[in-house]
Each structure stands twice: as structure tokens, then as C-alpha cells.
Design a protein around this ligand. Structure first.
Ligand code: CA
Length: 232
């Protein structure tokens, strides 16, 4: 079965490029050039995944996310320009699964799609996979609350462990600051990124050989953090 992907993008050079790449990689592609068209096609074509440009001629892409999320959990990958960090955060908080920053390469696009589809089939893949996440030298054991680098235990505080575990369970996906704060401290958590930055600095000091050039947990500037994907 070929996986059908709905591409919503008004710039025809970009939608043409995406269609060429996806078709060459075995996906079925349907194109929409306006938000209204996309809303109708999401319902009539039942795509497995949506790639969505936020800047559409007739509506803001976030409106489309809101309306799709009323009836479907289909993965939505947002495409956005680098300067629009607030848009990315809003899109993710509305229920988009991930984003790609323009300009992007073929490999990045395909990797994001694979990640989103994998999380759809097995939402808690890392935990389901014998309760352990591995990438390079890093090992996260969710049940034993244990983290190792190259077979040596790393001592994290409880909050540090919870942050790493949350990112590992969602490996390959960006997690927004607010999403991490909510997961850790509940729905009424104060939107205080400083506490996350302090925790992340400590985590990196313990996990990374060179905390300034992290290999495991990446910063998406102004948006959140992303654990390296172990499955691609
Ligand atoms: Ca556009």
C-alpha cells in the first residue's frame, strides 16, 4: 500500500519539488494550494499525513490545524520560514506534530515524515521497545529510571531524568517548551523557560562530550528541544 500525503503549499515551485521527492520515494501525493481546498481534501482523500505551509493565500495554516484536529489525529508537519518562531510554537501547541524550516533538504523532509508516521503507529515506541531508548552511547531505561553513557551510569536529578525520558519517548520530534513544562509540572505550569534552560544546561554537562555541540539533544531556537532520532 502506498501512503498518501496531502501537501498544502501555495508556492508551486515548492509544492512541485515536494511532490517530486515524495513520489520518487514511494508516496502518493495530493496537492492543495489554498486552505479551503486543503480542508476539503483532508476529508475526501483521507491522507495518512499532511505537510502544511503556514502562509496560505486564503487563511493562516494554523486555522487548518485547528479544524483538522477537531476530527483527526493524522500527523501534520508544518513548513515555515526560520524567522517565524512564534508561528511554529503556536502550530505545535495546536496539535501539529513537527515542523520543517525553509529552506529544507530532501533527507530532512523524508526523515521528518518517517518519524511522524512511526509515532502515529506506535505512540510510545521507545518505551514499548523493551523499555529502553538507545542512540549512540546513550541508553535511557524508562522503567529503572536509569541513564548511561557508554555503559557508565549518569546521575541525573529527578527533573533532569524526566526531561530526558520525555524527549527520548518522542525521539526525532520537537517538543515545545510549554509542552515539556506541562508534562513535568502539570497543565497549570508557569510558562517559565528559564527553569528548562537551567535543567538542560545540567543535562548536557552530564550527557554530552561537548555541551556546546550536543550530539543527543538539540535546541530548536525559540521553540523547544529535540532528541536525536534513533530509528532513521
Ligand atoms: Ca506560502
Amino acid at each position: 500500500m502506498r501512503i498518501k500525503i496531502l501537501v498544502v503549499e501555495d508556492e508551486r515551485s515548492i509544492s512541485g519539488f515536494i511532490k517530486t521527492v515524495l513520489t520518487a520515494n514511494g508516496y502518493d501525493v495530493v496537492l492543495a494550494h489554498t486552505g479551503a481546498e486543503a480542508g476539503a481534501m483532508a476529508k475526501s482523500h483521507c491522507p495518512m499525513l499532511v505537510i502544511l505551509d503556514l502562509g496560505l493565500p486564503d487563511m493562516d495554516g494554523t486555522e487548518l490545524i485547528r479544524s483538522i484536529r477537531e476530527w483527526s489525529r493524522m500527523p501534520i508537519i508544518v513548513v515555515s520560514a526560520r524567522m517565524h518562531e512564534r508561528d511554529k510554537v503556536e502550530a505545535l501547541d495546536l496539535g501539529a506534530d513537527d515542523f520543517i524550516t525553509k529552506p529544507f533538504g530532501t533527507d530532512e523532509l523524508l526523515a521528518r515524515i518517517r518519524t511522524a508516521l512511526r509515532h502515529m503507529h506506535v505512540p510510545n515506541e521507545a518505551a514499548a521497545n523493551d523499555g529502553v531508548f538507545r542512540s549512540g552511547e546513550l541508553m535511557v531505561d524508562f522503567e529503572k529510571h536509569r541513564i548511561q553513557i557508554g555503559g557508565t551510569d549518569v546521575h541525573l536529578t529527578q527533573n533532569e531524568f524526566r526531561i530526558v525520558a520525555l524527549l527520548a519517548q518522542n525521539a526525532g520530534k520537537v517538543m515545545t517548551y510549554d509542552c515539556i513544562l506541562r508534562e513535568l509540572w502539570g497543565p497549570y505550569a508557569k510558562s517559565d523557560n528559564q527553569i528548562l534552560r537551567v535543567n538542560m544546561a545540567n543535562i548536557r554537562r552530564k550527557l554530552e562530550k561537548n555541551p556546546a555541540e550536543p550530539k543527543y539533544i538539540f535546541t530548536e531556537v525559540g521553540v523547544g528541544y529535540r532528541m536525536i532520532d534513533n530509528g532513521t
